[in-house]
Design a protein around this ligand. Structure first.
Ligand code: ZN
Length: 109
């Protein structure tokens, strides 16, 4: 069975371009990451299937980026990093229950 988008995955070494998670080290990492192809500029916003608009993304980063409109990989990285930081704050407050964090932290998605 052929690996879909093989050349894109190989170009980015099976590594999420937003968080750096590598999916080519062992089966478990590959399985958990659920690596997929992300359109930097979403198709719904006029993005193309051109190689320059495609990057490797893990499932989590792909969820956070959603259909947010980005014009460049840098812009998309910044957006996903901000979402991840907000989610980490939420996680520390509600899952780890760290007391020192401020109240009213909302789940960002
Ligand atoms: Zn990621």
């Amino acid at each position: 069975m052929e690996y879909p988008y093989k050349s894109i995955f190989e170009r980015y070494s099976f590594t999420c371009q937003y968080c750096g998670w590598r999916g080519d080290q062992n089966f478990t990492d590959w399985y958990i990451a659920s690596l997929c192809i992300d359109h930097i500029k979403p198709r719904s916003k006029g993005g193309t299937d051109d190689d320059t608009n495609l990057v490797v993304s893990c499932h989590a980063c792909n969820q956070y980026k959603g259909s947010h409109e980005c014009e460049s990989l840098e812009e998309a990285k910044e957006f996903v990093s901000r979402k991840r930081a907000e989610t980490q704050t939420w996680f520390e407050k509600h899952v780890l229950k760290k007391e020192e964090l401020s109240k009213n932290v909302k789940m960002p998605c």
